[in-house]
Design a protein around this ligand. Structure first.
Ligand SMILES: Cc1ncc(COP(=O)(O)O)c(C=O)c1O
Length: 380
């Protein structure tokens, strides 16, 4: 598909026009397909990992894509497949998942949920309407969920956090932050937590990307009143499709959340896989090292071609550049999907980790071509 096709599709998507004039039927099919997918999404927020949408938009088949648009570990845990009985029997809370997770996070109690997203959505409903400060730019589902539940939400940047602690009931931070990679020390967060609790408030820390740096986690303190920590099996373990996450908080609060969620929130096979992955300490140890060196490699590779990261974590690198859109489109035309952010975010890109050596080489080649391409000069 050429530049004109992409332009037409972008125009159709932006203007919400389903049928537009295009020179060939092929383009019209792609436009309609991309528009249909977009329309069906309704009020759902944008996320990475939308390969089908990209395949329709750029007319590149699904299996040809290198998907770097998420922060999911491409070398996911694959230690075992779930037994057939886990599909046929109702899931039981006493199946060992809770114990495995408690040991992994170093806590005495927690609540397994169907991905930390499930907790993000339900949490605002168990609080009275309040004033909530949410760090931005960040994972935008937090602000969305608090707003939808009727709370007053203030989006604040890192420099406004200090004062927000003394003026809001609830403060939400993602640590390490997605997509910026900004990190807060446990000392800073505990200090903020103390101040919030003194006024009857609450600190919510989303640690979806914490597993590579467990020493920075607030998990050991999560039993304290007014502190909630969210964890995910989707990122470090690369098990995003299993939909497993955890809420770490004081017992009374976990009970309240469990009642709000009801029974059997996680499927039997997902519970089984999650339990095995959480117990696999050898894999975890090797993966922490591997991700650390891969993060350095990705950061270096991007820097080598003029895209030096402004932040990052073990699982992604973040680049703020006015040319984000052009770079995103150029790479997508080569079948490499990155995550593009713009308004209300700064114009920026997030690159996840390639998996195989071939994928690393493919990214390197595309970045080399991009650095020589006139598209960058034209947009500068
Ligand atoms: C910061 C953050 N928190 C939570 C989630 C939700 O993850 P999951 O529901 O897979 O645990 C995401 C997903 O991208 C995320 O980026």
């Amino acid at each position: 598909m050429d530049k004109l096709d992409n332009l037409l599709i972008e125009t159709a998507l932006n203007n919400k026009v389903g049928i537009i004039l295009a020179e060939n039927l092929h383009s019209i099919c792609n436009i309609n397909n991309a528009y249909r997918i977009k329309k069906e999404e309704g009020f759902l927020l944008e996320h990475g990992g939308k390969l089908r949408m990209a395949a329709a938009r750029y007319n590149i088949s699904l299996d040809e894509w290198l998907d770097l648009s998420t922060g999911i570990n491409p070398d996911n845990w694959q230690g075992a497949t779930a037994p057939i009985t886990s599909w046929s029997r109702l899931p039981e809370n006493e199946d060992g998942l809770r114990e495995a997770a408690c040991a992994y996070y170093g806590v005495t109690d927690l609540l397994p949920v169907a991905g930390s997203q499930a907790a993000i959505q339900i949490l605002p409903n168990v609080y009275q309407k309040s004033r909530v400060a949410v760090l931005t730019p960040s994972y935008n589902e937090h602000a969305h969920a608090w707003r939808r539940a009727g709370h007053q939400v203030d989006l604040i940047d890192e420099y406004q956090l200090e004062s927000a602690i003394d003026s809001h009931n609830t403060v939400v931070v993602v640590n390490p932050n997605n997509p910026t990679g900004l990190c807060f020390s446990p000392e800073t967060l505990l200090h903020w937590h103390e101040r919030l609790v003194a006024r009857g408030g609450c600190l919510l820390v989303d640690e979806a990307f914490m597993d590579a740096t467990p020493n920075n986690s607030l998990a050991p303190y999560a039993h304290r009143k007014g502190l909630i920590v969210l964890r995910s099996l989707g990122k470090f373990f690369g098990l995003a499709g299993a939909r497993v996450g955890f809420v770490l908080a004081e017992k009374y609060f976990l009970k309240k959340l469990a009642e709000a969620l009801g029974p059997w929130t996680i499927s039997g096979p997902s519970r089984w896989i999650a339990t095995q992955a959480l117990c696999d300490q050898d894999w975890q140890m090797v993966m922490r090292q591997q991700l650390k060196s891969n993060a350095i490699r990705l950061s270096q590779q991007l820097t080598d071609y003029g895209l030096s990261p402004d932040g990052g974590s073990a699982l992604f690198q973040f680049i703020v550049t006015p040319q984000a859109q052009v770079i995103h489109t150029y790479l997508a035309q080569q079948g490499i999907l990155t995550r593009l952010f713009n308004n209300p975010y700064p114009s920026s890109l997030r690159f996840g980790l390639p998996g195989t050596e071939l994928e690393w080489q493919r990214l390197q080649q595309a970045l080399a071509d991009l650095s020589l391409s006139p598209v960058l000069e034209q947009s500068a």
